[in-house]
Design a binder for this molecule. Structure first.
Ligand SMILES: CC/C=C\C/C=C\C/C=C\C/C=C\C/C=C\C/C=C\CCC(=O)SCCNC(=O)CCNC(=O)[C@H](O)C(C)(C)COP(=O)(O)OP(=O)(O)OC[C@H]1O[C@@H](n2cnc3c(N)ncnc32)[C@H](O)[C@@H]1OP(=O)(O)O
Ligand SMILES: CCCCCCCC/C=C\CCCCCCCC(=O)OC[C@@H](O)COP(=O)(O)O
Length: 377
């Protein structure tokens, strides 16, 4: 292990990264809060400001992946679709199998210039996570309780609000509804069996209602569905802590562009269409397992320097006051002050660990791990 690699793997280094991320994030959250009066006067201006403020937060995590861990992100896609990415509104359907699949998604958003405006159908619990969850509130992210009776109206309304959104966005849908685990897979395959659907090897059975409601409510705004299938080379199981420790991963993403007009409007037909899509995705994963690559040519966009520049800006801005504080603390010589500082430091470390834990499948929810009574209508 080289010296730089050794440095990157140090806990102290991770704590400093978390400190910069959280403190800059809270400053940005506060700035976002200050845009509320602008909403009343000029909603589109407020949205544009929030897109840029959100970029300052999410791009820090992208910079960690691209510049700190130097993870390689390869895109498999057809050259005709490539020029359209980033220049239109689209719904992205992605498999939910890795701790950092969202971060790989963000990396592609960054490379195609839609990181600040990118959206997702997210579980409500994430809206309470400081920095990211609070940022999402101002970005008009669509939250769901994963209780259809409650979600059907709120999700549709939030999607309708996006019709006059001023900048291009990608709307991410994890149709599996939760992250892949062996147990959740077994249960969802029992559901598939009871519904007479073919089994999937690499995916959970997709939940179709969120997809249908999204497609129906974004018609006229989004023009395509991007079917995105992610995998990692050499059976890598990437984690956020691994990325922060400077581990280099190799992500491969296969994207097919499907015009939205081709997706059926009728709910049952749309559900059948999505099930078929997941069977195809399963086939792509099987091909990847056999050959180590997805179909089609490779057309990877290069990483851009902006997220690194933003990150360095916040590092420089926030490390100086931290250094000053430490010097003052030590020179004060007061045992009580030092004890309080140690307690605060420990509490902050636990808070950082909790935030990182939100990305970990091993700490995921129990959603999808219990057999739900089937509605055989
Ligand atoms: C060029 C490059 C291209 C692309 C780059 C890639 C990506 C970049 C794009 C954008 C990035 C943007 C942001 C990313 C940043 C961060 C994202 C981070 C995280 C957020 C992710 C989440 O929070 S995922 C969880 C929330 N989302 C969802 O759940 C969506 C999917 N769910 C649904 O659609 C659901 O239907 C629902 C939520 C709307 C409602 O859920 P509910 O449970 O109430 O109802 P269901 O209809 O799903 O359930 C009842 C039916 O399901 C059957 N059933 C029962 N048990 C199971 C089971 N175990 N598995 C499957 N199905 C089951 C049951 O039988 C019922 O069936 P019916 O036939 O009666 O419908
Ligand atoms: C610059 C370095 C910064 C390092 C510090 C980062 C601290 C982490 C900050 C925020 C973490 C929140 C990220 C939210 C994204 C979580 C994505 C996710 O995958 O959610 C799970 C959800 O789909 C399904 O949940 P379950 O599988 O049902 O449970």
């Amino acid at each position: 292990m080289g010296l730089v690699q050794l440095l990157k793997s140090q806990v102290l280094c991770h704590l400093i990264m978390c400190y910069v991320f959280v403190v800059s994030g809270l400053i940005i959250n506060l700035l976002q809060f200050c845009t509320l009066p602008v909403w009343l006067i000029n909603k589109q201006l407020a949205r544009r400001i929030n897109i840029r403020l959100a970029y300052c937060i999410s791009s820090q995590m992208v910079a960690t992946l691209e510049w700190w861990s130097e993870t390689e992100c390869t895109l498999y896609t057809d050259p005709e679709s490539f020029p359209l990415y980033g220049n239109e509104n689209a719904i992205v359907v992605l498999n939910h199998s890795y701790d950092i699949d969202f971060l790989c998604g963000w990396t592609f958003c960054e490379r195609f210039g839609v990181l600040g405006s990118s959206k997702v159908l997210a579980k409500k619990e994430l809206s309470y996570v400081p920095v990211i969850g609070w940022m999402w509130y101002f970005l008009e992210i669509v939250f769901c309780k994963r209780k259809w009776e409650e979600d059907r109206t709120t999700v549709a309304q939030s999607l309708q609000n996006l019709h006059d959104y001023p900048e291009n966005f990608w709307f991410l849908l994890y149709c599996e509804g939760t992250r892949f685990t062996r147990k959740k897979h077994q249960i969802s395959m029992k559901v598939a069996e009871s519904k007479g659907l073919p089994k999937l090897k690499y995916h959970l059975l997709p939940r179709t209602k969120g997809f249908w409601v999204t497609v129906q409510n974004l018609r006229g705004k989004a023009v395509a569905v991007y079917d995105a299938t992610l995998n990692f080379r050499n059976n890598e199981t990437p984690t956020l802590l691994g990325v922060m420790s400077g581990k280099k991963y190799h992500a491969d993403l296969y994207v097919r562009r499907i015009p939205l007009d081709l997706i059926p409007e009728d709910e049952a037909e749309c559900a059948a269409w999505l099930h078929k899509l997941y069977q195809e995705k399963d086939g792509f994963q099987e091909q990847y397992a056999q050959t180590g690559r997805f179909p089609g040519p490779v057309k990877s966009p290069p990483r851009r320097p902006w997220c690194l520049i933003n990150w360095l800006f916040w590092v420089c801005l926030l490390l100086y006051p931290l250094g000053l504080l430490l010097v003052q603390l030590i020179s004060s010589g007061s045992a009580l002050t030092i004890a309080v500082a140690v307690a605060l430091f420990s509490a902050a470390s636990l808070g950082f660990r909790w935030m990182i834990g939100q990305t970990e499948i091993s700490r995921g929810s129990s959603y999808g791990s219990k057999a739900v009574p089937l509605n055989n209508n």
